[in-house]
Design a protein around this ligand. Sequence first.
Ligand code: 5GP
Ligand code: ZN
Length: 117
Amino acid sequence: MSTTEADCIFCRIVAGEIPATVVHRTATTVAFRDANPQAPTHVLVVPRTHVANAAELADVEPGTMSDLVTAAAAVAHEDGLGSDYRLVFNTGAGAGQTVFHAHLHLLGGRSLAWPPG
Ligand code: 5GP
Ligand code: ZN
């Protein structure tokens, strides 16, 4: 089942229709704290444009893919993480993706095991 913009929770957060703790905004991206944080800093950086996953974003709006990483680095700096953080795109339900609007997870503030499982 595909997700349309009207019923997409991250589109609604981008539009300000449902609340989120937004920590960073650019012309192409919005970053907000994850509702179920897995680390002291757990922020989702999303494109304003609705696309299903990271690969689709790279196809249709490659500059915004770069913007997501730049925004994540800015939030990491603001949260005092320096350059110690993890960036993750879950792609596909089999890999744990539950929201089908591309989002970059920024995780940090504790030691992060590798591999993540
Ligand atoms: P995924 O599993 O798709 O990679 O990540 C989706 C993330 O979105 C999860 O970490 C989940 O906690 C977060 N999430 C789902 N719904 C909401 C919401 O309404 N608000 C916020 N802030 N985070 C959400
Ligand atoms: Zn969306």
